[in-house]
Every structure is written in C-alpha cells, then in structure tokens.
Design a protein around this ligand. Sequence first.
Ligand code: NI
Length: 174
Amino acid sequence: MAVLTIVRMGHPSLARPAARIEDPTAQSQLVADMTETLAASGGIGLAAPQINVGLQLVILSVPGSRCEDGRGMALTCLINPEIEPLSQQQVDGYEACLSVPGLTGIVPRWQHIYYRAQGLDGALIEGEAKGYHARVLQHECDHLWGRLYLSRMRDLETLAFRDELLRNMAEEEA
Ligand code: NI
C-alpha cells in the first residue's frame, strides 16, 4: 500500500468526468492505496480523480455522530455510483475538500437521495441517505463528474479559511 499525492484545485483530473469501471474486482490495489491515503489525510471521503486516477470510484466513511439518525456508514467503496434526489428539498451546509485545503463554504445539497453503486466484488450496493450522509455522497460523486463544491456554492461570500472562521466563531461565543 502507499500514501498517494492528493491533487489540488487546478489539476485537470478534478475538472473532467471520470470513466466507468468495467471490472470492479480489479480495483483492490487502488482501493487499498486510497484507503491509506484517506487515513493519512484525516478526511472522510476520497474520489479517484483526487489522486489523478480518472475512474468512477470513491471511498467514504460517515461518522454516526454527524447523522440525524445516529447511523453512519463504515468505510465503503462505491464503484460507478449514481445518485437520484428523492425530494426536491435542498439544505445548506458547510463543506471542505482535501483538494481545496484550508477552505470551507456553504453548499446546497439534496436532503434525501437514493444511491446505487457496485462494490469491489461487483455486487450492487444501494440505499437511501439523508442530511449529512447524503451531503458526503453528493460531494464525493461530484468529483466523478468533474465538479468541486465551489462550483455548487450559491453565495461565494460564505467561502472562508476554516481555521479563521472557527477562531472567530469561538471568540464571538466567548
Ligand atoms: Ni472533495
């Protein structure tokens, strides 16, 4: 296994659609390397284009503490994922991205989605997700369509350096 370099905004891999994977069972080395890279980064999700691999594969884990129902998602690999909104409701929330280090901003996302993908064994993985869980899935899948969260923001004035924002929020609360 290896910790790989995460490319940052400006790299063309982040701006183009990724290709469908014909044989999910052949991706175990890629997933092992991405898992190690994600662990080293401290993030919760990573898409293959972020390590300059133009394939439709993401890994993500969703902490239960961040979910309304308390149920998160253990580290999961999704291959060729598809997402459909199950209601028209969108919700605002802060996002950050390993390819846009240091920044955070408010992004509208579908509140309730259905997702479908293949696992590393090629089997179907499907389910519904709401709230933060749905947000993480939408963020990671966006990487496969060549989109960064910045291009989903409605109000660029909410864009901030995360440490600056947190420091000033803490001072206002004190
Ligand atoms: Ni990202």
